[in-house]
Design a protein around this ligand. Structure first.
Ligand SMILES: [Zn+2]
Length: 428
């Protein structure tokens, strides 16, 4: 008995050590105006304990969270900046109060509810990976003749990269694909709920015979993957809220993780659009497509590309951008770039009219910065997607909490995106 207890105790200790949560209590976050020399700002910060919230020294700002002991030293530098958060840890604590999810498959529910769509109260808070999966299972159950849950493959740690595929009157697999990814960057929690809201609205509109929505659903096959980096997402909930990359180790380094949005096999080998240092947040990997997640997603993309990909969107946060290809070269664009920009501007105009939120549009490289091996570049340049976008969701870059979008803004963000998406479908 004593031995068993000792073994249990030791196992518990090991697991506590492995899962020790990174504290951001007292971290103060700032958006620093960089002018045209982001590297100079980085040099000035080099003696401070801080976490970069923007990976790149974007053209005009660089957002950081400064450790409590270094806040006064940071302020003494006198950099032009604005405060994003007075206490990041306090905001994380508030954001991590998840509401319970009552699955429609719960056998204690009334039979009539068992075939209903999940309640929209789902969007009142953030949720666990397990509950996210239940949500899609419940959407599938409510639309069982026209949808299925798929598992594209496994993450490094063996989690399912799952999604929902649904279709309209023409039957399964007959139409061009509408293909959405979210949460390639683990800490961007608002991405999955927005994708889920789109799925919910499309299915609800079809089930309630909304003519506009039915026409959309009848025109495409929809493939929605809410977590293209499930290991990273789970890690943000157990251990480090600001984790971005996947959780794959490399034998050459003690640093963990590859940026899966720099690992797609298109223009991967160019320099300047990603890091070759495994400790960096935008580490590209040792070879194109050498992470389990990107290997899976490349194969899955090929498997659904039988009738062409009409629209690909990768949901991210934050900054409020609607970005077109390409990231790898600021002077190279897809042949239909003018049409893509025109549609993106219509979407941004619609969102602004609906909610007052401003989303900036433009080609990714020239609007933000150069990136190699990104998902939209691959979807456009290799898979031939007619529209291949990154959407950076709320908040805007200089205010509103960065990766911590308060839970009461999940539905606001999802609704404005849904208005934009309907405009998008009408325009393409
Ligand atoms: Zn991102």
């Amino acid at each position: 008995m004593q031995l068993t207890l000792a073994v249990l105790f030791s196992a518990a200790l090991t697991s506590v050590t492995a899962e020790q949560r990174v504290s951001y209590d007292g971290y103060k976050a700032y958006s620093i105006v960089t002018g045209d020399d982001g590297q100079a700002i980085r040099d000035k910060l080099s003696d401070l304990d801080f976490v970069a919230l923007t990976v790149h020294e974007a053209s005009d700002h660089f957002d950081v969270a400064i450790a409590p002991d270094d806040v006064s030293e940071f302020e003494a530098l006198g950099l032009e900046s604005s405060v994003i958060s007075d206490d990041l840890g306090a905001e994380f604590a508030e954001e991590s109060i998840f509401e319970d999810y009552y699955s429609t498959s719960d056998s204690s529910l009334d039979k009539r509810q068992a075939s209903a769509l999940p309640a929209l109260s789902w969007f009142n808070s953030y949720h666990t990976y397990a509950d996210h999966r239940l949500f899609f299972n419940d959407l599938n159950a409510a639309f069982s003749q026209n949808s299925e849950i798929f598992v594209a493959g496994k993450s490094y740690q063996g989690r399912d990269i799952y999604g929902i595929h649904f279709w309209g009157a023409g039957g399964k697999g007959k139409k061009p694909a509408v293909y959405f990814h979210a949460t390639v960057h683990a800490r961007e929690w608002i991405a999955a709920p927005v994708e889920e809201y789109h799925a919910w609205q499309l299915i609800n509109g079809y089930l309630t015979n909304d003519t506009q929505i039915t026409a959309i659903v009848d025109s495409y096959d929809f493939y929605f993957i809410p977590f293209s980096n499930p290991d990273g997402f789970v890690y943000t909930q157990t251990t480090n809220r600001l984790w971005r990359k996947n959780r794959q180790p490399r034998s050459s380094s003690s640093c963990i993780g590859t940026d899966n949005n720099r690992n797609w096999p298109f223009q991967w080998s160019l320099s300047g659009g990603a890091s070759t240092n495994p400790c960096d947040e935008d580490y590209k990997g040792l070879a194109a497509s050498d992470t389990p997640e990107i290997t899976t997603l490349v194969n899955y993309t090929k498997s659904i590309n039988t009738n062409g990909i009409k629209l690909f969107i990768d949901f991210h946060s934050y900054g409020q951008y609607i970005l077109q290809p390409y990231g790898y070269n600021c002077g190279i664009y897809p042949a239909n770039i003018n049409k893509q920009l025109s549609v993106a501007n219509q979407v941004a105009t619609r969102i602004f009219a609906y909610s007052g939120a401003r989303y900036t549009t433009g080609a990714s490289c020239s609007t933000l910065y150069a990136t190699t091996g990104s998902a939209p570049d691959y979807q456009s340049g290799v898979a031939g997607a007619e529209y291949a976008w990154t959407i950076e969701l709320r908040p805007s870059s200089s205010s509103g909490g960065g990766f911590v979008l308060p839970a009461n803004l999940i539905l606001t963000t999802a609704r404005e995106q849904w208005e934009g998406l309907k405009t998008l479908f009408a325009a393409i």
